[in-house]
Design a protein around this ligand. Structure first.
Ligand code: ATP
Ligand code: MG
Length: 393
């Protein structure tokens, strides 16, 4: 019965002259998100509102599913469009709406009327009262409750009239593309895809980098990261994934540096490389899936050591999250099953038996000097391996 949808968005932070940037991005992202849905849809922006009009047969569930993956939507209201907005016709349409929607279920309700057409012959309160009485007369199963109704029947008079009562919660957040771009360090684990999802939720476009170490890590491990990037791309839109060969650097660290410092030193080089690629690709920050104390390389001491090697801000959206909370988000975005596939990544292969948990930065810097003769060449070689894969959902 629904041929149109009203898209509500949160207005916090979008007041003033930037508002159109936010709205245009949301319209663009909605069009992209529903492009694969069956049916013909028109997405329009009209005086502070976004509407989707359906111009063919379509699959309601499929459409709602696509819309509930778009950041920036606060709620999706399926609406009935009424062209003839004369009061008599509106009352009749409202009646049909209630009958189709609720049958003879009993419930409490309130009519909320609004008009942006100020020439309409009735005021909003008058419409609310009259339509409420009209419905009460015809539906013995309905009762008015103006304070805490189970159903709010909204009627809006604009160029046309709109009737709706359902509000399907959206993801909230900001439309992707309204907050610049960041470089996500994406591994095959549970955390980094969730970190990417959370940053994208704030409107940030993502680019990603994955370090692999063939032949120690398999093609299957790389495919797993591509699959995870696809899961994130469902929400973030297209992601350019850089795959960097890290084998040579990792081997050199393994040969020349103390084994209990391997992970920290390795991580420092990952950050340095990620920062360079980030700067070359207009990214304004790095994103990792780190969380305080989760593993030895994520203690406060370790984070201080890995953090000092780059100047770009490093965003760590999971920093204060417990693993269980991260897993819940991972499951919600359908990444978990992929993340727990067993393929090795470079950190698990070269990991020390007893890694330092309180690395001293001065000691770490000193250990890195053991690489000083060879590291520049190795970094150049690593940059040259950059394979870019365009990831879409
Ligand atoms: P994840 O679940 O994201 O793999 P983790 O708990 O396994 O995280 P670590 O392996 O210590 O944690 O990695 C910490 C962070 O460093 C990751 O969240 C990710 O952002 C980054 N990272 C680790 N390994 C790689 C890699 N091979 N390529 C790109 N980034 C990586
Ligand atoms: Mg990992």
């Amino acid at each position: 019965m629904y041929k149109a949808f009203l898209i509500k968005y949160s207005e916090i932070g979008i007041k003033g002259k930037n508002r159109y940037v936010f709205e245009d991005a949301l319209v663009r992202n909605i069009r992209e998100a529903i492009a694969d849905c069956d049916g013909v849809f028109e997405v329009t922006k009209e005086r502070g509102r976004i509407y989707i009009e359906v111009q063919s047969e379509y699959d309601y569930d499929e459409l709602i599913d696509a819309l509930t993956k778009v950041f920036g939507i606060a709620a999706i209201c399926p609406v009935v469009l009424v062209e003839d907005k004369s009061w008599d016709n509106l009352c009749k349409e409202a009646c049909d709406f209630v009958k189709a929607q609720y049958g003879d279920k009993s419930f409490t309700f309130k009519v909320e009327a609004r008009r942006s057409d100020k020439n309409y012959p009735m005021t909003s309160p008058e419409m609310g009262i009259e339509l409420g009485a009209y419905l009460l007369d015809r539906f013995p199963n309905m009762q008015v409750d103006v304070h805490n109704p189970e159903v709010r029947i909204t009627i809006e008079i604009r160029d046309r009239a709109y009737i709706y009562s359902k509000s399907i919660p959206g993801l909230q957040g900001m439309p992707v593309g309204t907050s610049g771009k960041a470089m996500l360090l994406l591994s095959g684990g549970i955390d980094s895809p969730v970190a990417g999802y959370m940053i994208a939720k704030r409107g940030v476009k993502l680019e990603a980098v994955y370090f692999h170490a063939p032949p120690y890590t398999s093609d299957r491990a790389k495919k797993k990261v591509v699959d995870l990037a696809k899961k994130v791309a469902v929400y973030s839109g297209t992601i350019r994934l850089h795959v960097i060969n890290f084998t040579e650097i990792q081997m050199a660290i393994y040969e020349k540096c103390p084994h209990d410092e391997l992970t920290i030193i390795m991580r420092r080089y990952m950050m340095r490389i990620a920062e360079k690629i980030a700067l070359e690709n207009d990214c304004l920050g790095l994103v990792t899936g780190e969380s305080i104390g989760q593993v030895a390389s994520q203690t406060m001491h370790s984070l201080r050591s890995t953090n000092e090697v780059c100047e770009l801000p490093v965003y760590r959206p999971l920093i204060a999250f417990d693993k269980q909370d991260i897993i819940e988000i991972s499951q919600r975005i359908d990444a978990f099953e992929t993340s727990i596939q067993p393929y090795e990544d470079c950190c698990t292969i070269f990991v020390a038996k007893h890694p330092v948990t309180k690395p001293n930065v001065n000691v770490i810097r000193k250990s890195e000097t053991k690489l000083e003769d060879i590291i520049d060449d190795m970094l150049e070689t690593a940059y040259a391996t950059d394979e870019i894969i365009e990831i879409t959902k």
